[in-house]
Design a protein around this ligand. Structure first.
Ligand code: ATP
Length: 417
């Protein structure tokens, strides 16, 4: 993890938030490469989940909703992790994750393995509170959403009526969620502010069962749940949760608001509250997983190269544009070719500083799948060198064929996916 964290800072993927003020606990900002990675993760998710399907539509609901939302959903009462405190080091740990936890003391121990006594587990509410309007009293309390899903349930009727879809259909949303996590950590794996990508799939009751055969870690609204986990350097962790949320949320919101959230099927003349299947992933965790998965220290004949083998669909930069030397018209030619590539929709990065080998390595670390080099020969036959990140193979390609060549190479990757 230390290597990933250091690469993220060095190359501008992730910075500590408020760094000049000493930071703010477990909060991160995404730099020029990080924001591109996040956007590509979200674009890929949105394409697969919404645009490539005819039975799923999108939504972008507000972060602060009427506070009754969270009372009805059960989050005000039940959205809490049981926590224990170590009386010696004063650290707080999730009571259900003691096996995986380590205390901040040096040497770090499992909670309870030092002389410190652990308190009884206590509930800790994870929602951030704020006040809406000029007066700060109990009537103005509102919450920052801890999941994007509730905004979808609140809009179930609006979407149903405006889109004329009928169950089974889904509503997807990507957006920030906030949880006052008491044990954040492992870099961007668990933070207090994060982005979720969730889809609520509304199905006729009784048809949801075949989605799952495994039941574990049930949330308070769920009758079966399964997690998709990844083995991080710090152990297994959830990447995406897939839950069958039953008709709990729609029923509760119907009761509490007095607005009927029942679906009427005009064909069968049946009234029913749909059941909900929910895949809920974390955008930041997916980005972290991609970085960890892509990171490699490759042993070469005379040294070690750090390379991020990111798929071109998520790589922040697609093509590095490099003049061999900073003279003889090469920078101008390189900029001209770079502009042509950008007009064709490719993301480019221009670099003329340092020896060409060093520049290739910088692009390898940034996960850039291709580099093109403009050299003396370019002025003779209008070709450039295309260097491929993974194999480091180089070939000469005519400038006029460049867009097609890079598109074909990227397509080859897509087929691999
Ligand atoms: P965990 O068990 O790790 O706390 P969760 O089961 O509470 O996660 P969900 O409520 O299912 O998580 O949220 C869906 C997804 O949102 C998770 O799979 C994860 O990728 C992401 N996520 C949840 N909490 C955080 C967080 N604090 N920081 C970053 N991502 C998060």
């Amino acid at each position: 993890m230390e290597k990933i964290v250091s690469l993220c800072k060095r190359r501008g993927f992730v910075f500590q938030a408020s760094e000049i003020y000493g930071g703010i606990g477990n909060t991160y900002d995404y730099g020029p490469l990080g924001v591109e990675l996040l956007r590509r993760v979200k674009d890929s998710w949105w394409s697969a989940m919404v645009r490539e399907r005819e039975d799923v539509v999108g939504l972008d609901s507000a972060i602060i909703q009427n506070p009754k939302t969270w009372i009805t959903s059960g989050h005000v009462g039940g959205f809490s992790d049981p926590m224990v405190d170590c009386k010696k080091c004063k650290s707080r740990f999730r009571a259900d994750k003691l096996e995986d936890a380590r205390c901040p003391e040096k040497p770090s121990k499992r909670p309870g393995a030092c002389e410190g006594e652990l308190t009884e587990p206590r509930a800790f509410n994870l929602m951030f509170e704020t006040n809406v309007g000029p007066v700060k009293d109990s009537s103005s309390i509102a919450y920052l959403r801890p999941e994007t899903a509730q905004g979808i349930f609140l809009n179930f009727k609006n979407v149903l009526e405006s889109s004329r879809l009928k169950p089974p259909f889904g509503i997807a949303q990507i957006g920030k969620s906030f949880r006052n996590e008491i044990t954040p950590g492992n870099f961007v794996f668990r933070t207090r502010e994060f982005e979720q990508a969730e889809m609520e799939f509304f199905v006729p009751p009784g048809t949801e069962q075949h989605w799952f055969d495994y039941k574990d870690e049930l949330a308070h609204y769920s009758n079966f749940t399964s997690d998709i986990e990844y083995e991080y350097p710090f152990g297994w962790g959830e990447l995406e949760g897939v839950a069958s949320r039953t008709d709990f949320d729609l029923k509760r919101h119907s009761e509490a608001s007095g607005v009927d959230l029942v679906y009427f099927d005009p064909q069968t003349k049946e009234h029913f509250t749909p059941f909900v299947i929910e895949p809920a992933g974390g955008v930041n965790r997916i980005a972290l997983t991609l970085l960890i998965d892509a990171y490699e220290e490759e042993q070469l004949a005379d040294d070690v190269r750090v390379v991020l083998r990111l798929h071109p669909a998520v790589a922040p930069i697609t093509v590095g544009v490099l003049p061999l030397v900073k003279k003889e018209g090469m920078p101008e030619k390189a900029k001209e070719i770079g502009a042509k590539l950008r007009r064709a929709g490719l993301t480019t990065y221009y670099d003329e500083k340092a020896a060409i080998g060093r520049r290739y390595r910088r692009m390898d670390e940034a996960g850039t799948p291709y580099c093109i080099t403009i050299d003396g020969q370019t002025f003779e036959d209008d070709t450039v060198t295309v260097r491929e990140r993974d194999s480091m193979a180089q070939s000469r390609v005519a400038v006029k064929d460049l867009v097609e060549h890079l598109a074909a190479a990227t397509q080859a990757w897509r087929r691999m996916r």
